[in-house]
Design a protein. Sequence first.
Length: 318
Amino acid sequence: MPRQQLIKIRKGSGAPTAADFQEAEPAWDSTNGNLYVKNAAGAMVQIGGGGGGAGTVDYQEFTANGTWTKPAGCTFFYAEAVGGGGGGGSGARQASGVASNGASGGSGGALVYRWGLLTELGATESITVGAGGTGGAARTTDNQAQATGSNGGDSQLGQSLYAPGGSGGSNGTAAIRFRGNATFGSGFAGGAAVGSSGSIAPYGPGGGGAGSSIATNGAVTTSGPGGQGFAIRKSAVVATTGSGGSNVNSGSNANGGNGLTYGDGGGGGGRGLTTAAGAGGNGAFPGGGGGGGGASLNGFDSGAGGSGGNGVVRVWCW
């Protein structure tokens, strides 16, 4: 079975010492802005830039299905794949006096890394890029529970790298989907159907926020904001992004906000007591989960779920 590892790039000041590294392990010189890797001869070789045994860096990004072609003049590779985000569920629509629940947001697609020797990959590799899941359709008649959003599509680099899409939201927390070789997946779950926030994801896409619900006594919950995706890559890590539908006043019928930045989950939609409920916001590229739709009552449509963000596959070679 091909070797698979989570890439860890050690950072230091100045050129790295070869004895401190394994073959094919990368190192970052933060003082001079140079990337190094240890070659088969036991030497640290500078990648890109000028001098020091610099080589060619090849980068290929896929936002749709295609074919990756192995470049000439390279020895190592690093690849990552992100599955499509799950679509948010739609809110329930019930008769007056009956509890009506908003839907959970979709979970973020898995993020998977791998690095190794370029000989581990074929001359060409088939690329599959997962599409974001579709949000559940609004409920248009009374006495209907939430409609489930569809799962995000799986992203894949040949048989070497596999990233599952996120689960669609419905009437509970959308589970994180790991299977196959998604050992290092990190898509995060959407908020459960109680107006909760989508999960913040340090490394992968964020989950969608949940839609607002209505209790039997007419009390409502606030819709949840979407979770921030790829939090450690961003200069300002905040609690949540992709604002929920007007969550400052216990869930008006406003639509959930779309994911604001890279990989964020969409916000949940607000409830509709005497009007149609708000829809969930869409998850951001890549792989953000869609927000859940808000609940409604007695003749008014519930909010549809937001769509998940599309996935991506990227391959670097040097």
